[in-house]
Design a protein around this ligand. Structure first.
Ligand code: YOG
Length: 133
């Protein structure tokens, strides 16, 4: 695993976060607040062990996992599901089963950018973060 995700990554851009939140059933008022947030990702990686913190002025979310080991996750939408994250080459590919259909995310690094695709049902949200630490 040559890629190192360790670092602090600041929000740059987002496409279709709204569609992703609608697919998750997030209410209108919460979506309006969430859509304005400049979230930060703080990632700690030790080999195949990860902690990803999603930090914002509204809510924070933290998720720890080991590659290939399934665990129960409780999402910000209140649902619980079975989550597993695997390497696909240098990409981190997360599958979240048992709640919504086709739910998961993929991270990859491109230069000094952290890319994220969040999926739920037929919606895909694409976000880009830039390394600041
Ligand atoms: O990250 O899956 O990096 O865990 C998506 C929020 C908005 C709260 C956050 C606060 C889904 C209101 C992505 C956003 C919408 C909306 C900042 C978390 C639910 C509620 C916390 C995520 C992965 C990949 C690692």
């Amino acid at each position: 695993m040559s890629v190192d995700y360790n670092g602090t990554w600041d929000f740059v851009s987002s496409v279709n976060f709204e569609g992703y939140m609608v697919a998750l059933g997030i209410d209108f008022a919460t979506r309006k607040i969430a859509s304005l947030l400049k979230t930060q990702k703080v990632i700690k990686q030790d080999g195949d062990s990860f902690t990803i913190k999603t930090v914002s002025t509204f809510k924070n979310y933290e998720c720890s996992f080991k590659i290939g080991e399934e665990f129960m996750e409780k999402g910000l939408d209140g649902r619980t599901f079975q989550t597993v994250v695997n390497w696909e080459n240098d990409k981190l590919v997360c599958v979240q089963r048992g709640g919504k259909k086709n739910r998961g995310w993929t991270h990859w690094i491109q230069g000094d950018e952290l890319h994220l695709e969040l999926s739920c049902e037929d919606q895909v949200c694409k976000q880009i973060y830039k390394r600041t630490g």
